[in-house]
Structure formats: C-alpha cells, structure tokens
Design a protein around this ligand. Structure first.
Ligand code: ZN
Length: 78
C-alpha cells in the first residue's frame, strides 16, 4: 500500500471535485505533519471535502513529478 511518506519525494497529490470540476493540490508534507507519514493514501479519500461547494469527494489523483533530489540540484547550486 502506498503511504503518504512514499509520495512526498516524487509525487504530487490532487483532489478533484466532480461537482464543480475543481482541482486542488494537496500539500503532502502538511498531511504528513497532521496525519502521519504511515497514513495510507486510499484512507485519505474519505477525509476529502471540496472547499468551494462543500461536497465530499473521493477522487484523488497522484501525479509523478520526479525525485526531490533532482530538484535540489537546481535549487542549491550557485
Ligand atoms: Zn466542489
């Protein structure tokens, strides 16, 4: 099972509201701080709620964005 700590390095997590077609990026590090890194991603689904229309949604998208190490090369090299 995929847990939040598996996602933090290489993936972005998006919640999608089918009612108003809104897509919001979830901050994985914030979620880990609040729920713990061992939290399984599929368990997050029941906690999601759209901020705009307040509909509960279970639609999560996981997007691969690459390893954090590779970003760091660009961020920290001077
Ligand atoms: Zn909505």
């Amino acid at each position: 099972m995929q847990s939040l700590s598996d996602l933090v390095d290489s993936f972005h997590l998006y919640a999608v509201c089918e009612t108003c077609q809104r897509q919001a990026k979830l901050d994985v590090e914030t979620l880990i701080n609040r729920l713990g890194g061992d939290t399984e991603v599929h368990k997050m689904r029941s906690k999601l709620k759209c901020r705009v229309c307040h509909t509960r949604t279970e639609d999560l998208r996981i997007v691969y964005v690459g390893k954090k190490d590779q970003e760091a090369i660009f961020q920290y090299r001077r």
